[in-house]
Design a protein around this ligand. Structure first.
Ligand code: NG1
Ligand code: MG
Length: 519
């Protein structure tokens, strides 16, 4: 729901009861360490969680709705502020991490109006700086050009595994932006403002990201998944899972294959963003009247497959055709794509430029220069097919969740709902593996093992190419699925006891970002 980021008064406002004992210990540790570093308690702690995506993979940057939920694991920033010397043209950021060996401490003197981020080096504090830069831009808009940021002392504690598909980056960027807002006197921070700012901020770290993770991190409510739509404006609403017998359980299983967008972006994530954008432009040039512009929207490169869908059907209706429902439109786009984008081997820059009426140089300036990509051919057909198909599955998944549930109730009259939801998750995994090519052998194995042991549905979650998988399992099969993973996957990896412990978690939908005042 829209409104301000909540101010929590105790940890029970933030965490589910099962998480409270371990979280209390962790927070006490964070506060104690802050005091021992700075000789005083922090003023507040900002918190933003990671997320697991239930369904709607790789479609947020094409501006299609998605259904993630927040997890308990989160990023915490304990903060105290120092006045900025009036003479200085800079303010100071002192930032450390409880995992000091992995994430070494830094001190930065930063000019008031220029947060410098070197996206070519992989440095953990870049994520903080990207949140800082975004927040300062917003603060300057609110407070005027003379605004002087406060100096901040920060201690970070993050429990979302990095490179694991659970969105550690968005949690950290979002908690950072929130911390900067609060440190500079914003008593209440608007959720929509924070989300939009975190989305744009994260792009400064070199990833052309969509907006799902930041939305989930800010808007989630305990006990519910979150339906996030990006057009005409960003909106998020909680969606409950129905109570069934056997109960529906979500398991998250790590593959321990680390996929780092910073390293593989040019051939994986950022390339997919470019391919989807090019597919939108290509379909527009081919299927709409010559010269039809696509609307400029909030997608990373300014136009999207969703924008193409809207334009295409609006023009059809103007020409006298009856309005189609969203599922009908998506079905039609799947057919149109297979008729229009016929080259399975992909399209070269020259081929695409010709259809768009551009030179190759112009094409590169417009589409492939902001974030580097490495490809000879762009697989427009496969990428568009996945996006339209996945957008359709989200609509179907939501309809199943909401069918037979009246407002305020979470019972369902559909005895097969688990199987039906699971079939959609499995179809997503098939599409991610074969059409979008964002899975990997290890994730495929985890999914196959889980399904054979009784999971309703299994798929990768997050960007893929490693990271985590999510599984919808009837309560009675949870033990069998875990055992199948141990025997068929984890026993074969040389995992530490700690990794083994964290490999599989039962995911309960957690709450979103919050601020806890300490003094
Ligand atoms: P991960 O890699 O889990 O952070 C990424 C994107 C999402 C979305 C998913 C794929 C970022 C910050 N997040 O998630 O926006 O596109 O991949 O559905 O890049
Ligand atoms: Mg991420």
């Amino acid at each position: 729901m829209a409104g301000p980021v909540p101010i929590a008064h105790s940890l029970s406002d933030i965490y589910t009861s099962d998480a409270l004992p371990s979280q209390t210990k962790r927070w006490n540790g964070l506060l104690a360490k802050f005091e021992s570093l700075h000789g005083r308690a922090p003023e507040f702690v900002s918190r933003a969680p990671g997320r697991v995506n239930v369904i709607g993979e790789h479609i947020d940057y094409s501006l299609y709705p998605v259904l993630p939920m927040a997890i308990t694991a989160d990023a915490l920033l304990a903060v105290s502020t120092d006045p900025t010397p009036t003479e200085a043209g800079t303010f100071k950021i002192t930032i450390a991490n409880v995992q000091e060996a992995k994430f070494p401490a830094h001190e930065f003197d930063i000019p008031f109006d220029a947060v410098d981020i070197d996206a070519t080096v992989h440095e953990w504090t870049n994520y903080f700086k990207s949140g800082l830069r975004g927040a300062l831009e917003l603060l300057r808009k609110k407070k005027g050009p003379d605004f002087k940021p406060k100096s901040m002392r920060i201690l970070v504690d993050g429990t979302v595994p990095t490179g694991g598909g659970l969105s550690s980056s968005a949690a950290f960027v979002t908690a950072s932006a929130l911390a900067v807002m609060v440190a500079n006197g914003e008593e209440t921070v608007d959720k929509t403002e924070l989300t939009e700012l975190a989305i744009v901020s994260e792009r400064a770290v070199g990833v052309n990201s969509g907006g799902m993770d930041q939305s989930a991190s800010v808007f989630s409510e305990r006990g519910s998944a979150l339906f996030v739509s990006f057009t005409p404006t960003l909106k998020a609403r909680p969606v409950q899972f129905p109570e069934t017998d056997p109960a529906l359980v979500f398991l998250i299983a790590q593959s321990f294959v680390t996929s780092d967008k910073f390293v593989t972006g040019p051939i994986h994530y950022n390339l997919r963003v470019v391919e989807c954008t090019l597919a939108a432009a290509y379909l527009n040039a081919t299927l709409n009247p010559p010269g039809t512009p696509l609307p400029t929207d909030a997608a990373p490169l300014g136009i999207s497959l969703h924008g193409f869908q809207e334009t295409y059907f609006a023009l059809q209706e103007q020409a006298g055709r009856a309005a189609q429902s969203a599922p009908e439109q998506l079905q039609e786009l799947i057919t149109l794509t297979s008729q229009t984008l016929t080259k399975a081997e992909g399209y070269t820059r020259e081929e695409i430029a010709t259809v768009l009426g551009l030179t190759v140089d112009e094409l590169e300036v417009r589409f492939t220069s902001r974030f580097p990509v490495r490809a000879e051919r762009f697989k427009l057909a496969q990428r568009a097919q996945h996006v339209f198909g996945e957008a359709l599955r989200v609509v179907q998944f939501l309809a199943l969740l909401e069918s037979g549930t009246g407002t305020g109730t979470t019972t369902t009259t559909n005895p097969d709902i688990g199987t039906q939801l699971g079939a959609l998750l499995n179809a997503t995994q098939d599409s991610c593996r074969a059409t979008y090519e964002c899975s990997c052998a290890e994730i495929d194995t985890l999914c196959a093992l889980a399904r054979a042991a009784g999971a309703y549905g299994s798929r990768l979650t997050g960007a893929g190419w490693g990271g985590c998988s999510v599984h919808l399992v009837p309560a009675g099969r949870v033990a069998a699925v875990r055992e199948a993973w141990d025997k068929g996957y984890y026993d074969g990896l040389a995992l530490t006891a700690e990794q083994r412990e964290a490999a599989v978690v039962v995911s309960r939908p957690g709450g979103g970002s919050a601020v806890l005042r300490v003094r």
